[in-house]
Design a protein around this ligand. Structure first.
Ligand code: RIB
Length: 279
């Protein structure tokens, strides 16, 4: 029986394993874990709090070394019960709500502002923002960012809340955009999967991207650059997020006196065809 805390397993609980962003987070975490002889068990909450609770309980029962957590919500019984287990954890892709745990994330407010400023600079005045569920802090921050960038400009912003953060939700949002009159000339999406769905809807309706509808996504997953119209995106250093979170967890389980840290990365804009400057 391994002494408490000496397990060679690190848990990773992500929001949506169907999103390549989290696969890259897992890759980065694995690099750090393997370097210390640990393996990672990755679980997918699918944005469901009940699944999140059952996976957290399993990690606690298995007495894993610790858990990297991209939570659905940072309040609620699931996390409270998990905290009581005393299992070390680090938030990844989330700013920690308190100094209870270390966290690694990007500054999503800055990321949303980057997208808003880019669409202003490329000549757009009627802009839509397709957001994910407001329960996700990163979605709230991206909306705050794009709103702040447009404050004081003549641009008008329409916010559509998508059901999920996947391609299907993006296609639905694209259909709603097509029905708007007057139609926006640019759309910022809370992640690349939504943006790819919007792109699919525009191409299917014969709407030219970017000339009739510019599109910008978020994450800069590998498929963004490989899309039918290569996607401009606000890049998150996903592998670095995962690696840094795992390194923090390893440090905190080696030295319990290790300081809790809130690591915040600055996102960067990757400009591609889908927002090409208008002639
Ligand atoms: O899971 C939804 C989104 O939150 C991902 O696309 C990534 O942007 C994360 O921050």
């Amino acid at each position: 029986q391994l002494r408490a805390g000496r397990s060679r397993i690190m848990g990773l609980l992500v929001l949506d394993l169907g999103n390549p962003f989290f696969v890259d987070v897992a890759r980065g975490a694995e690099q750090a874990a393997h370097a210390e002889g640990l393996n990672i068990i990755t679980c997918n909450s699918g944005q469901r709090s009940d699944l999140e609770a059952s996976y957290l309980a399993m990690f606690a029962e298995q007495r894993v070394r610790g858990v990297l957590l991209s939570p659905v919500a940072t309040s609620g019984e699931a996390l409270r019960a998990f905290r009581r287990s005393g299992t070390p954890y680090v938030f990844v892709d989330r700013k920690a709500p308190t100094s209870e745990a270390s966290s690694v994330a990007v500054d999503d407010i800055a990321g949303g502002a980057l997208a808003g400023r880019h669409l202003l600079e490329t000549g757009h005045h009627r802009i839509a923002f397709v957001n994910g569920p407001a329960i996700l802090a990163q979605c709230r921050d991206r909306e705050q960012g794009v709103r702040s960038a447009l404050t004081g400009s003549s641009a008008e912003l329409t916010v559509l809340e998508a059901i999920g953060l996947d391609v299907t939700s993006g296609r639905d949002a694209g259909a709603r955009l097509l029905g708007m009159s007057p139609r926006p000339t640019a759309v910022f999406c809370a992640n690349d999967l939504l943006a790819l769905g919007v792109l699919q809807a525009m191409v299917g309706a014969g709407v030219r991207v970017p000339d009739e509808m510019a599109i910008i996504g978020y994450d800069d997953i590998e498929f963004a650059g490989a899309a039918a119209v290569p996607l401009t995106s606000v890049r998150q250093p996903a592998q670095r997020l995962g690696r840094t979170a795992a390194e923090l967890l390893l440090a905190e389980t080696a030295e319990t006196t290790a300081e809790r840290q809130a690591v915040v990365f600055t996102p960067e804009l990757v400009v591609r065809e889908s927002t090409r400057v208008r002639r």
